[in-house]
Design a protein around this ligand. Structure first.
Ligand code: FAD
Length: 472
């Protein structure tokens, strides 16, 4: 049977389900089509399960050095089954929460594989959605005025590096039943470093092989350098300027692979190999060929309101490439829905979106790196403040890292804020707000930061821009 809607959303991940809630708030009759589980990658294969594992690893690592805090423990061990069980419970609680929100918003959820059809008896325009229902019932036909494609992404692999056996992506790694004794991680980006940190804290021998000349290469150089130092400090081996040679992969008791490192071929062996070389947009099998939607470099092409070449079909989240982050997907979804509803939303300013790495230590940033600011022609001044001089960091027993602020020498505008250290992913939003409000370092410094808090490092780094840090 055919059902009419104001909006049909294809994909119930962070982008899609948040868009559905906003649409319901704005009074749009909305349907959400999801072939897997509501919550998508972030909830089931990404942000949440990985952070649950990271937290267990952090607790274990802290417990092992609890004597530093005067707390004597003995025989601290990991029950990885329980670690996974805890992760599963968190995911399920949040999954139920999303299901409840769909009911509360009176959003019709279709569990099945959605596909965009071309012009048909239902509509002269492309955009009718046919849903192959998971329960085997007859296909549903949804006739929407507008569509949002939010089909997300999947792990990218290297040509020739087949997934299977002991070679995995983050999808398989999240389901590990035991902590591997050793692992090679191909790719030292955000996901690679989070896994390196977690598995190393759990006791695995970790080797990261990175193509670029530094790990987390899109972050400020000083943050990369400090992360590399701190990863090495916890025992992670890092090999940079290394091109993995997929054809050399062999699997037996151990996975073995070679890489070309600075012109020399080197061999690496471990129990497991994790490929973390980015994510690929899910543009296939969704009926794009039935429309004028354009795909460029593997991602759907959209304008600032997320309209595709078919102006009533929008696309948001990982499927459009760019910053593939959950909070980006959800805000793109909100913007698209508000545009559909004629609310005249402001386009997102991607420069002001915070990026976080949940390794131990954490890293977080907003705005330009120092190199980017210079490339854009700014005359920059910087202020940096170490957590070593922050009382709360010493109290926590986590005083590695720093806050770095980059400002424009001429206008005094904040250009970027970069942090590495304890709980910085929870502190970056202050910097984000300061940048949204066009604050100057002086204004940040004169926002009195309570003592003792980790956030004092932000105030001190802001003072350091003018060489006036109190404790530095
Ligand atoms: P997705 O969450 O991928 O959702 C797409 C949904 O569409 C899926 O549920 C899929 O089943 C469904 N779908 C696809 N095709 C169809 C179809 N034809 N019909 C019906 N349904 C379909 N981001 C952060 O911000 N913070 C983090 O800490 C973080 N950690 C991560 C850790 C890992 C290991 C990974 C892999 C990712 C992480 N991310 C993180 C990225 C984040 O998960 C994604 O950016 C986010 O999930 C994108 O949301 P989305 O809605 O665009 O897509």
């Amino acid at each position: 049977m055919a059902q009419e809607y104001d909006l049909v959303i294809l994909g119930g991940g962070t982008g899609g389900y948040v868009a559905a809630i906003r649409a319901s708030q704005l009074g749009l009759k909305t349907a959400l089509v999801e072939k897997g589980k509501l919550g998508g990658t972030c909830l089931h294969n990404g942000c949440i399960p990985s952070k649950a594992l990271l937290r267990s690893a952090e607790v274990y690592a802290t417990a092992k050095r609890s004597d530093e805090y005067g707390v004597m423990t003995s025989d601290v061990t990991v029950d990885f089954g329980k670690v996974q069980e805890r992760k599963g419970k968190i995911v399920e609680t949040l999954h139920k929460g999303v299901q409840h929100l769909m009911k509360q918003g009176k959003i019709d959820v279709y569990e099945g594989l959605g596909r965009i059809l071309g012009p048909s008896i239902f509509s002269p325009m492309p955009g009718t959605i046919s849903v192959e229902m998971n329960n085997g019932e007859e296909n549903e036909m949804l006739i929407p005025k507008n569509v949002i494609v939010a089909t997300g992404s999947r792990p990218r692999t290297l040509p020739g590096l087949e997934i299977g056996g002991n070679v995995m992506t983050s999808d398989e790694a999240l389901k590990l039943e035991e902590i591997p004794s050793s692992i090679i991680i191909v790719g030292g980006g955000v996901i690679g470093i989070e896994w390196a940190s977690m598995l190393s804290d759990f006791g695995a021998e970790v080797t990261v092989i990175e193509y670029a000349d530094r790990i987390i290469p899109t972050e400020d150089k000083e943050i990369s350098k400090e992360m590399q130092r701190l990863m090495k400090k916890k025992g992670v081996k890092i090999v940079t300027n290394a091109k993995v040679l997929p054809e050399t992969l062999s699997q037996g008791d151990q996975v073995t692979i070679s890489a070309e490192v600075k012109g020399e071929q080197k061999q690496f062996s471990a129990e497991k190999l994790l490929v973390s070389v980015g994510r690929q947009a899910n543009t296939e099998g969704i009926g794009i060929e039935n429309t004028d939607i354009q795909v460029e470099k593997g991602a759907i092409l959209v304008n600032e309101y997320y309209q595709t070449k078919e102006s009533h079909i929008y696309a948001i989240g990982d499927v459009i490439g760019g910053l593939q982050l959950a909070h980006v997907a959800s805000h793109e979804g909100i913007t698209a829905v508000e545009h559909i509803a004629g609310e005249n939303p402001s386009p997102l300013d991607y420069r002001l979106i915070a990026k976080c790495i949940y390794s131990s230590p954490e890293a977080a940033s907003v705005g330009y790196t120092e190199d980017e600011a210079k490339e854009k022609g700014y005359k920059v001044k910087t202020g940096k403040f170490s957590f070593r001089a922050i009382g709360k960091a010493l109290v926590y027993g986590e005083s590695d890292g720093f806050v770095k602020i980059i400002a424009d020498e001429e206008t005094n505008d904040l250009l970027g804020v970069h942090m590495i250290g304890p709980h910085v992913t929870d502190m970056i939003s202050e910097a984000g707000l300061a940048m949204v409000l066009d604050a100057t370092p002086w204004e940040v410094a004169h926002t009195i930061h309570p003592h003792p808090t980790l956030s004092e490092a932000i105030g001190e780094a802001a003072l350091a821009v003018e060489g006036k840090a109190i404790h530095g």
